[in-house]
Design a binder for this molecule. Sequence first.
Ligand code: F6R
Length: 258
Amino acid sequence: MEVVILGGRQAGKLAADAIEHLLRRKPDAVLGLATGSSPLPVYDELAARHERGLDFSRASAFALDEYVGLPAGHPESYREVVRREFTSRVNIAPGNVHGPDGSAADIPAACAAYEEAIAAAGGIDLQLLGVGTDGHIGFNEPGSSFTSRTRIKSLIEQTRRDNARFFGSLAEVPHHVLTQGLGTIMAARHVILLATGAQKAQAVSDFIEGPVAAVCPASILQFHPHATILLDEAAASALKLADFYRHTYDNKPAWQGL
Ligand code: F6R
């Protein structure tokens, strides 16, 4: 696990560098997309690079998760958020952008089909992640199985309250979601998790420096062979080894990249 502590929007640039590098090496790369606030600087940066010629025409993308029960086209459905914040701003083919189907009549079949679609695309090359204040990744709330695959989950009330800012009121935030499992996320070849702000400091210190435990789902990333964690100073403020992470990154050989 590589921990990088940066100021402001630099994290977005660094994650975009990794995605640009991947697309130049593998134009048909498979991207895993998070929603929420954390990845927005990455999407802004990628949209700017697309204007300067970065090509997404052969790439494909899979969303991490989706609310259950929001009508198609609801502005806060993750399919719509992914389209608005990212895929409509680059030249990725709309047919290559996938998300779990939160309005499916047969939810288990829709989840199995989503896993099959990821496998058929060759697996996810680079998965963007945020982390919840309770340590969730995707919508794998505390207690999620480390080997889980895409399935329905109930949101913890803390997560519903955190996400109420995107809705008119707390009552409008769905209780259920479909999410890639922790096993699905762990199968991505590279994961980049972004976290900013003091409200993430406890979860960040728990998953980076605490024990690997289902009560903190993001802690499973300690077992990932290629996990990059991009933090601002506030999100890093509870880390015991912050100076070591800074020193390591400042002295990293340039050829290594992320
Ligand atoms: C979003 C997702 C969630 C968020 C997390 C952090 O697709 O899967 O895990 O990444 O809730 O949300 P923000 O970035 O809004 O703080």
